[in-house]
Design a protein. Sequence first.
Length: 80
Amino acid sequence: MLELLFVLGFFIMLMVTGVSLLGILAALVVAAFVMFLGGMFALMIKLLPWLLLAVAVVWVIKTIKSPKIPQYQRNNRWRY
């Protein structure tokens, strides 16, 4: 809701200062894009601990369930 109020206030202030309609639309598109990028960055920061936890869990599971084949048997290049 706050974003909508910001966009409406931005639109009204540009109209009051005498900016053309094309300039207002261009400014609104740029402002929406910047707010979208800011929201994505905030979401990434918010989810970062969970992403790191998922990476750690996958790493632990792969370490525990690694095959117990000796090194010389895994590097057999004649076996396809």
